[in-house]
Design a protein around this ligand. Sequence first.
Ligand code: PLP
Length: 445
Amino acid sequence: MSQPRATARTVPGGGLWRKPLPADPDAVAADAVRRMERYTGAAFARLLRFMGMVTLEWEAAGAVVRDVHGDEYIDCGGYGMFFHGHSHPRVVEAVRRQAGELAQSTRLLSHLPQAELAERLAEVCPGELRYSFFCNSGAEAVEGALKLARAATGRSGIIAAEDAFHGKTMGALSATGKAQYQDPFRPLVPGFRHVPFGDEAALAAAAAEAAQAPGGLAAVLLEPIQGEAGVVLPPPGYLAAARRLCDRHGALLIFDEVQCGIGRTGAMFVCGQEGVDPDILATAKSLGGGVMPLGAFTATPAAWRPFDDAPFLHTSTFGGSPLACAAGLAALEAIAQEGLLQRAQSLGRRLETGLREIGRRHSAVVAEVRGRGLFWGLDLRSEGAGGMVLNELLASGVLVVYSLNRPRVIRVMPPAVATEAQIDFVLEMVDRAAATAAAAAPDLL
Ligand code: PLP
């Protein structure tokens, strides 16, 4: 085990590291950032320098990440992919074993990990969802879901929500509700319209309009809890109303649970929690157990029909590889056998109580605290306050992310394998960061 520098910051549960730190971490980090700047573009490197983050993530386990300088962080970010934490032993072991046996598929024969994962996914999905197509990312899962909806209905119209985030490939981007990400790439895929999330009347009006328009209405696509919009929960009855509208117009309901699904809210899926069954469900992020890239769209037999007739209508070289499926299977096993849903609920209650208290104490900068389970957003009163809280947390050993489509909302998404002490540490640091932002408030707001 290597020794971090004497002043390196530790966090609860850190310290058990195997990978030696380099003798001159400053030089290693500066060199890597320089090479990134040169070969992956200047923008991200510039941002790292601006944030004073000329360092590198070096090793991670569970809720803790250690950087090249030996400083530790509790990771509540990762774009929401670490429900299992980093390098979950069960997932790592499954991937290690699978890599030595059969890593990628011939694509002519089928393999056991995919069959097992598809069956397991059907078991944990609500309603009639049964058939899965595996891919490598959330955007691909949404792309596939949209294509299936169009093929299944023979229609082209799609309704999505304002501020929604569904990914950045052309189809998913056309559904993503943020002009800043769309404008440089126009024309987008035609047939998309957006409505305010949570507004049942607006959805009903848009559905009626789309149903009459050329192309008709193929699907309504919603995140049951919006992630990048800043952890926005649906008003009671909204998702059920979307279901009824789809049924009325013969359209499909697609739920994108890429971020909010796979345990994040203390249930396997939000749609299960809400008692509303979609026709197609998109998943990714934590489906790969925080180890492998893995996404899926899972559909009912009725929605799946176009793919029954034409198995090569939608394909992917890497999608559903034995390696990724072994990770997915181990990820679902870990949730079931290690009680991670129950763990997310109990840790979630602790986190909620603490965050709500912080919200009350620092109401000068915190406008609202929203969330469920281990999926929380601190809605700050300005982007400046959000940036300051994020930076303060970074400096004190807590990694969080701002929300892509509403940057003033800081998302706190710890893994279900975190300890109570780690959650308490996060709360203490969020409290301090909010206090610092509150002290600077007149200038920030
Ligand atoms: N859908 C949702 C709800 C997401 O939050 C994201 C990513 O944040 C995506 C889709 C896109 O996933 P990916 O980045 O894996 O393409």
